[in-house]
Design a protein around this ligand. Structure first.
Ligand code: BES
Ligand code: ZN
Ligand code: ZN
Length: 480
């Protein structure tokens, strides 16, 4: 992975340099050769141009000038996408290092540029016999008086976590089942100071986690339920924040089997868990003063002689009875047990991340996260702001009580599917049934896995949610 560092001493002109400018007047500070100066000016005649690239044989030079926009977050995102474009040029030229030099008060923009450059460098080549050439770039130096070592640590940790999350999501089901996922959590914990406990089948049975056990019945691999705890002595909160991630390592749909190509990418159905695991790692590596627990129920959802069938009634961890009318609505069944289990911690706030519904994809596509909240109104402003700043945007859906009526069952307490409309919301209402605390639900089914690259977000696992929630927690800490 590319690492970043931050220095305050000026970089030599005889290196690969990216100069950020806000006005063409500033060009003179960096470019002394009149012909080059003239060339750059000419290129910027195009108002849409965000950077100019000059190959000086020995080294590469980039001038970045981002046009003003009405929203600050759109400017930040433009720096990220420009960083990604510059990365491509650096790799084409087999560059190994690059410096980013910024004018006063633009430290956050230099950070965003570096972010786009580093996030765009992700490659998933492990199964290629003849791998595509590896990216050459390995170090980004930000020359800055405004940023410091802790910013570099934050950047490196976040990028590493996004990479780890993408790797988990991209890993096929044949090599990543519930056990491997739980072992991965244990491995993460060893170096980061997180306390991890993995509940095995026996323990899950003893606890009567009926949702997780029911989904697992079609599988020939037992489920796992992993608990990761980060509790630093300087935590600002007494009651924990709980992160719940959907860990369906493959979703065939079960007896309501997915048809056509709907199953193609379903190795990604553990993206919620991957996000929360990687986020925990970033929280611990940066020693965030926050008491956080992750709960990660995991299983695959398959067909088999013992698999549950429509009409089955199951009893959940909290004794709620659920009529299963569609075995493909499995995520809510395993999450429900985790949400009910979370009550014992008397949490300050619980957040779920789950590739939960096709309905969320149809509603907002891959452009953002469909969010719902109950009793957590005081956090929604901060979460939305974090969404814009990281460009992992949040769209809150209505979450009125009426939607809960749609999952009432004739034979059991509730059923696991509602009518065809408002599917993302009724899924959220199903989850809410198992909560008694401030609750935010993030349905990441749209943006968790991309069919084609989108700037610094590659094809496949995107790692969405990590930068969002890390940013949200940074804001939250200031209020505690
Ligand atoms: N894992 C899927 C949701 C999904 C769909 C994620 C597309 C990513 C992309 C989930 O388990 C599912 O199958 N949901 C069903 C629920 C329905 C049967 C009520 C859906 O949304 O179609
Ligand atoms: Zn499903
Ligand atoms: Zn699923």
């Amino acid at each position: 992975m590319i690492k970043s560092r931050i220095i305050s001493t000026p970089a030599s002109a005889e290196q690969n340099n990216i100069y950020i400018i806000t006005d063409l007047i500033e060009l003179a500070q960096h470019i002394h050769e009149p012909a080059i100066h003239k060339y750059i000016l000419k290129q910027f005649d195009d108002p849409e141009r965000s950077f100019v690239h000059i190959n000086q044989y020995e080294y590469l030079l980039f001038i970045v000038k981002i046009k003003a926009k009405k929203d600050e977050h759109l400017i930040l995102e433009k720096y990220r996408t420009t960083g990604n474009q510059i990365l491509k040029k650096l790799n084409e030229n087999e560059a190994t290092c690059v410096n980013i030099i910024h004018p006063e008060k633009l430290g956050d923009k230099a950070f965003a540029l570096a972010e786009g450059l580093m996030l765009g460098a992700y490659q998933f080549n492990k199964f290629k016999s003849a791998p595509a050439p590896k990216n050459s770039l390995s170090e980004v130096t930000i020359v800055s008086d405004e940023l410091n070592e802790s910013d570099a640590l934050r950047l490196n940790c976040l990028v590493q976590s996004v990479y780890d999350c993408r790797n988990l999501v991209n890993e096929p089901a044949i090599t990543l089942g519930a056990k491997v996922l739980a072992e991965y959590c244990e491995a993460v914990s060893i170096h980061s100071g997180i306390k991890t406990e993995v509940l095995n089948l026996k323990k899950i049975e003893a606890l009567n986690m009926g949702g997780l056990l029911a989904v697992n019945k079609g599988s020939n691999e037992p489920p796992t339920f992993t608990i990761m705890e980060w509790k630093p002595s300087n935590a600002k909160n007494l009651k924990p924040i709980i992160l719940v991630g959907k860990g369906v390592t493959f979703d065939t749909g079960g007896m309501n089997i997915k048809t056509g190509s709907y199953m193609d990418n379903m190795k990604m159905d553990m993206a919620g868990a991957a996000t929360m695991i990687s986020l925990m790692d970033a929280i611990a590596e940066t020693k965030m003063p926050l008491y956080v627990i992750a709960l990660l129920p995991a299983t695959d959802n398959r067909v088999g002689p013992n698999a549950i069938v429509p009409g089955d009634v199951i009893t959940m961890f909290d004794k709620t009875t659920v009529e299963v009318l569609n075995t493909d609505a499995e995520g809510r069944l395993i999450l429900a047990d985790a949400l009910a289990y979370a009550k014992k911690y008397d949490p300050m706030l619980v957040i779920t991340a789950a590739t939960l519904t096709g309905s969320a994809v149809r509603a907002i596509g891959s452009n953002g996260i469909a969010a719902m909240e109950n009793n957590a109104g005081k956090y929604t402003g901060m979460l939305s702001d974090a969404g814009f700043e990281t460009y992992e945007r949040i769209a809150f859906l209505p979450f009125w009580d009426d939607y809960a009526d749609m999952i009432k069952s004739k034979v059991a307490d509730i059923k696991n599917v509602g009518p065809s409309e408002a599917g993302a919301i009724t899924a959220g209402k199903f989850l809410q049934h198992f909560t008694d605390y401030p609750f935010i639900h993030l349905d990441i089914a749209g943006p968790a896995f991309l069919d084609k690259p989108d700037a610094y977000r590659p094809f496949g696992g995107s790692g969405i949610g990590i930068r969002l929630l890390f940013n949200f927690f940074t804001r939250l800490i200031k209020t505690l």
